[in-house]
Design a protein around this ligand. Sequence first.
Ligand SMILES: N[C@@H](CCC(=O)N[C@@H](CS)C(=O)NCC(=O)O)C(=O)O
Length: 200
Amino acid sequence: MQLYYSEFSPYSRKVRMVLVELGMQDAVSLQPIAVRQADPGFAAVNPLFRIPALVVREGFTLFDSPVIAEYLIASKPGQNILPASGEPRFIALRLQAVADGIIDALIPRRNESLRPVERQSPEDMVLWKRSSDAGLDWLEGQVASLDGVHIGAIAVAATLGYLDIRFPHEDWRAAHPKLAAWFAVFSQRPSFKSTAPASN
Ligand SMILES: N[C@@H](CCC(=O)N[C@@H](CS)C(=O)NCC(=O)O)C(=O)O
C-alpha cells in the first residue's frame, strides 16, 4: 500500500499515527506530495486532490482520513483503536469528528492570514476562530473520554500538534488545562513523536 501525505498535514499525521499504533509501518510506503502541485493524474488517486490518500492496490484507493483510518484498523482484528460496537465506538468517532472539524477551521484561517491584508476576510476569520475555539472548549469537557489509545484520542493529538506548529502564539493551554495535561502525556507516545514534521 502507498500513503500519499505531507508531513505538515494534520489529517495525514492522524493516519500515520494510526499506522504506528497498529505496528503497520512496514505495510505502507509513504509518498510525500505537494498536492497543490500534483499533476492531473493524481485524480486517479483522489479526485478531490487532497491528502491523505491510500492506494490499497492498483485501481482501489481510499480517502479521506477517517475512511483510511477505519480501513487500516479493520485490517488488524483484535485491536482497541476503534471499539467494535456500542457507545464507546461512537464516542471515539465523535471525538475524531470534532478534532478533524477543528482542523477544518484552522487551515482556512491560516491560509487567509497568509494573504495580503487587503484581501483577507476578517468576518470569516472570526467565524473560523469561533468554531475552533468552541471545539477546544468542548474537548476540555470530554477529557475523560480521551482515556486510552483510540481513534478519537489520536485525532485530538494530531489536531493539538497542528495548533502548536501553526499557531504557536495562541496559548490554547491556558483556557484548557485538562486538555493540556492530557496532551502532555499522550504526546510522549512514539506514534506522536515519530510523526512530527522534520522542519517548519
Ligand atoms: N476531510 C479530509 C480533509 C483532507 C484535506 O483537506 N487535506 C489537505 C491537506 S491538510 C489538502 O489536501 N488540501 C489540498 C489543498 O489545499 O488544495 C480528510 O480528513 O482527509
